[in-house]
Design a protein around this ligand. Structure first.
Ligand code: SF4
Ligand code: MG
Length: 315
């Protein structure tokens, strides 16, 4: 999946420039039915762009996104529409998308109207049911968005995504703005909902602790590309890519990483052209000549564990 993006597109860091950056390039991964796939990486690494492309909010300029055997990138707007409701997204800041003068119940029911539910009492019943599913109640049905706490607003965001029984929900930093104790409650709730509904989640976060808690499998992104992928346990037990190791070691609660402790130094650069060599080259303490010349491909090193680094397996 390859995509060019105006420079103001990512995290607001590049506002005002007209150049194009490569937001996401050369990524391949698969989300299985009923699993939680965690995408982790620093801000600006292309996690959100990837998630937005999957639900159809951004259109990649090349590549394919397969969903139930269909390439979403090749569908017309009309062909995509029935699939769109199966692919939902929850954002970090749900409140900013809500009409402050509309009651919660009406906000939810409006989504159902858009998706063709004509029966008013069916709409109300469904709205109350999802409110209950996310730990809100009939009392909240009559409230306005600003009357909810930050955690409740994010619960409402999840309710909105659940409303029309999706198959996949992309959660883009859904708890990042919340206190840690509230985060835990909401993550536990998501795990519960997923267990009972069998929905797949693509969970995007810069927070390695959150990713570890929620994910079955994890993809680590750097500078628009995927550098490592493994099931959650293997990734934390045996991180292989120098960037993953540095990311784990420099987390606020550092994870013990065997071998040389390699703390992230410098900043993730902005990428404005085709990749030449390894994306992590400029910050990697192990970089060699080949790293500058040749872009490492993702390759399987153990079952279910893929990594894109020339030197892994040779040390
Ligand atoms: Fe470091 Fe080279 Fe591996 Fe890239 S390919 S992570 S620069 S050792
Ligand atoms: Mg983001």
């Amino acid at each position: 999946l390859k995509k060019t993006y105006p420079l103001h597109g990512s995290g607001g860091r590049f506002f005002g420039k007209k150049e194009q950056m490569y937001a996401v390039d050369g990524i391949t991964f698969e989300i299985k039915k009923g699993e939680t796939y965690g995408l982790v990486g620093e801000s600006g690494c292309g996690k959100s762009t990837t998630g937005r492309a999957i639900v159809g909010l951004d259109k990649p300029d090349a590549g394919s996104i397969f969903y139930q055997g269909k390439d979403l990138c090749k569908l017309s707007e009309k062909e995509f529409r029935p699939l769109r409701k199966e692919l939902q997204m929850v954002f970090q800041n749900t409140l900013s998308a809500l009409n402050p003068r509309q009651r919660i119940g009406s906000i939810l029911e409006e989504i159902l109207i858009v998706h063709g539910e004509k029966n008013a009492s069916a709409r109300k019943e469904r709205a109350l049911k999802v409110l209950q599913q996310v730990g809100l109640s009939e009392e909240h049905y009559f409230r306005y968005p600003h009357e909810l706490s930050g955690g409740q607003v994010q619960r409402l965001g999840i309710a909105g995504a659940l409303l029309i029984e999706p198959k996949l929900i992309v959660c883009d930093e859904p708890v990042s703005a919340l206190d840690v104790s509230i985060q835990a409650q909401i993550l536990n709730m998501l795990v519960e909902i997923q267990k009972t509904s069998g929905i797949s989640l693509l969970f995007i976060s810069h927070d390695i602790g959150v990713i570890r808690f929620i994910s079955d499998r994890i993809g680590v992104m750097y500078l628009g590309t995927l550098v490592e992928e493994a099931d959650a346990e293997s990734l934390f037990e045996n991180p292989l890519h120098p960037y993953t190791k540095a990311l784990l070691a420099s987390a606020p609660d550092p994870y013990i990483v065997r071998g040389k402790r390699n703390i992230l130094r410098g900043e993730q650069p902005v990428r404005t052209g085709e990749m030449k060599g390894c994306a992590f080259c400029g910050r990697c303490p192990y970089a060699e000549e080949i790293c500058k010349e040749k872009t490492p491909e993702m390759r399987g090193v153990q079952k279910g564990h893929r990594v894109a680094c020339h030197l892994v397996g040779e040390k």
